[in-house]
Design a protein around this ligand. Sequence first.
Ligand SMILES: O=C(O)[C@@H](CO)OP(=O)(O)O
Ligand SMILES: [Mn+2]
Ligand SMILES: [Mn+2]
Length: 565
Amino acid sequence: MAAAAAAGGEEEWKLPPHPKIPKGKKVTIIILDGWGENIPDRFNAIAVAETPAMDHLKTTAPERWRLLKAHGPAVGLPTEDDMGNSEVGHNALGAGRIFKQGAALVDTAIETGLIYEGEGFKYLKEAQPNGTLHLLGLLSDGGVHSRYNQLQALLKGCADQGFKKIRVHVLTDGRDVREGSSLDYVTTLEHDLEELRKRGVDAQIASGGGRMAVTMDRYENDWGVVKRGWDAQVLGEAPHQFKSCLEALKTLKENDPKLNDQYYPPFVIVDDEGKPVGPIVDGDALITFNFRADRMVMAAKAFEFEDFDKFDRVRVPKIKYVGMLEYDAEIKLPKHYLVAPPHIGETSGEYLVHNGVRTFACSETVKFGHVTFVWNGNRSGQFSETLEEYVEIPSDQGISFNVKPEMKAIAIAEKACEALHSGKWDQVRVNLPNGDMVGHTGDLDATIVGCTVVDKAIQLMLEATEKVGGIFLITADHGNAEDMVKRNSKTGEPVKDKKGKYQILTAHTCAPVPIAIGGPGLLKGAQFRTDLPTAGLANVAATFINLLGFEAPKDYEPSLIEVVE
Ligand SMILES: O=C(O)[C@@H](CO)OP(=O)(O)O
Ligand SMILES: [Mn+2]
Ligand SMILES: [Mn+2]
C-alpha cells in the first residue's frame, strides 16, 4: 500500500516483480503536450500535419493503441465540462491516482465558508483595519489557473470579513478563454466592484496586463515577465497609465490591432492627479487567487523571499501574503495559503527510485517542470541524485511560439536518444510541447508545422528504442492542437464571428488522448485490456510500472495492459 510506504520503512516501498513482464527493458515515455483525438477536418492541426509515425502506431497495432480520458473528473476536475490541463494531466500521469484538484478544493472551501476560517485567512486579517487587500490573478473562466466565480465569491467574502479597501490586479487571459473576452470579464468585474462600493468598500482595479507578458511566467523561463508585474502591482510603475481598465484594454488594442489578451503590456490605473490607485505598500494584504501552481511560483518567490536576486525589487513591502493554494509543498511556498493543495505523495517516481529504477527526464524550459515537478506531485527536486537526471533544454525566449513552431522538439528527442544509447537509464521520459504551446497561439498553420516536427521527434525516439531493444509508451496530457476552432456545442460545426471569420480556439479541449505502446522489448502477448473503457491518464502510471517489470502499487488505478498467451 502506498500509504503504508509513506509511513513504513524501505521494505514498504518495494514493488513485487511482475508475474510475466521481465525487468531490464528500457522504457521510453513520450508525453505529447496538447495532443488530443478529434475528427480529421481542416481545423485539426494534427490530422492535417504529416504524422507518419503516429499514424503507423494507430493503424498497424490496434490492440496497442487506445484513447484515454484527459479532462473532467477523470483528472480530478469538478465537472465533465472542465477541459484538461498540464497540471492535472501530469499529476495523474505521474501519480497513478486521481486527486481532487485545486479548482475543486477551492470550490468546496468557498461553498462551506471554510476558506475564511483557516490559518491563511486569519493571517490575512492581521492587515486589518488599515491595510488594503490586493487580489492578483488571472481573470478567466478557464478553470485551468483560476475561475471568475471564485474571485467573485472572494471579493464579496473579503468585504464581509471586514476589508474596507480592495484593489484588484488583473491578468487578462485569451489562452484558456476566447481571445478578446478580457473586455467581458473586466466589465463584469467593474460591476462587481461597483456593488462593493455601494456597500461602502473602496474597491477598484489597480493594474493589469496579459498573462504571457506580466507575472505568469513559469519554470524561470523569463524573470522579466514577473518584474513587469512587480513594477506595476507593487511600485505602481508601467509604460502605460489609464483612468480605467476598460479604457486601457480598448486603447492599447486600438493602438496595436495585433495585440491579444495574452500579451497586453503592463498598465497602471491612476487617479485624476495621475497617481496610481493601488500600489502594494507596507501593511497591506495580498491574495494571489490562482489555484494552479506553476505560473504562480515565481511571483510568490518575489513576494515572499527575503533573499531574492532575480531582479531589483526596488521596494519590498511588508505585507500579509497568502496564495489561494500552497504552490510548492516541498519548499513551503507560500508560507500562508487559503486552501490546502491535494497531497500527491507516493508518486511513481518515488516508488521507482526505491526499486532501483534509473530515470532520465527531459523537456525544454516551458514544459520542463511538467515532466519533473508536476509529474512528481508538484514537488521540487529529484527523489534521488544518483538514480535520476533531469535535463532542461532552454526554450526560445520572448517570442510567441508560432514564430518558431519547431520549438526544441528535435533537441529533446536527441537528448532522449543519447540517454537511451548511454545504457545509464531504465526510464527515459520526455514532454514534447509543440501541440500545446503553438496551439495556444491560435495560429493553425504554425500548429500544423509544430505537430509535423513532433512526429519527426517521435520517429527519432522510436528508432532509438528499437535499437536498444526497448519499449515505448506514447500518450498526451490533454487536447489542444486537434481542434483550433470554436464549435457549435450541438452540431459541432465551426462557429464564425460577426465579421464572418472563424472563431479561433486557443484553449485546451475535452478531447480524449491517444496512448500507444510497443517496441521490440514488449512481450508478444502484451496488449491493452478491453475491460477498462473509461480509463484515463491516472491509469498510465501502473502501466509503465508494469512495463518496467514491476507490479504497480495496489492503490494505483489499474494498469491498462494484460499479457495474453
Ligand atoms: O499555458 C498554460 O499555463 C496552460 C494553459 O493555461 O497550459 P498547460 O496546462 O498546457 O500548461
Ligand atoms: Mn499540457
Ligand atoms: Mn496548454
